[in-house]
Design a protein around this ligand. Sequence first.
Ligand code: CA
Ligand code: CA
Ligand code: CA
Length: 299
Amino acid sequence: MQLTALRPTRRALRAALTAVALTGAAVALVPAVPATAAGRQQPDLAVSLMTTDLLNPAIGETFYTSIDIRNYGTGDAAPMTVTVSVPAELRPESAGDPGAGWTCTTGTSSWTCSYPALAAGARANRLSLPSTVIGGQPGSFVSVDAAIKPQRQESYQDNNTASTQVEIAGTCVIRGTVWQDLDADGQRDADEPPVAGGTDGVVGVSLFVRGGQVIGGGQATVAPDGTWSITARTGALYEVRVEAASTFSLTTADLGDDATDSDIIHFYQQDPTLLGGSAEFDPTPDAEYVVDAGLVARA
Ligand SMILES: [Ca+2]
Ligand SMILES: [Ca+2]
Ligand SMILES: [Ca+2]
């Protein structure tokens, strides 16, 4: 068991590929099995990386799929043909500049692209193709599939195909109230005041995506009554961050009734401003999320 686990099987590789693709991250394939069977030199073309520039495009939006191809074999590859296919929810757009060396024709559900001969060990220039989301259910995933036509001498062909996924984005509302927890019991009591926006109060509320960027702003200023609201795109894992004057600190989170508690569970810094964050959450299209923040006077 331990011995076989040292070398991932192709099935395990493909499972890993699928799992990674679901999170929208890069898809990386490990070099193929040696292409020197029987001592013959063979090309071994493979998709080494397939990514999209947007993880969660909205309907009407155009995003790019990038495909890196490498010849992992010991023999040179002849000029290659790559077909990249999209489902009905996506429309392939004509690629004005698909990448140096690449020539593509655009069909109704795919592109067919060609590239010159690729020497053993060489990498092709990145192939980059635009497609537009023309339909589909927000929250659903659609995949872009790439297939390199096998070379005549190519014995290992499992790595000639790869796919990556995007989630069709919808919108959700994320809102909350910032208040001063005068008795520091973690609950918003009727007599406790809001903390308004401003340098002496809440500097700002923002959405944070780990290792990424929030599309479409993701920032809010807090109203005089302590409330804020952000309409955000779904398909990303968000954390709400609250920044306030350093004269405040955070009250205890998740204490008692969730309707009136504080949801800021992470403490990041006290100076020069107070910074806290909520738990991460993956919003559902058309849903509403309430993230309240209780502040106490700094001791
Ligand atoms: Ca191959
Ligand atoms: Ca209280
Ligand atoms: Ca709550």
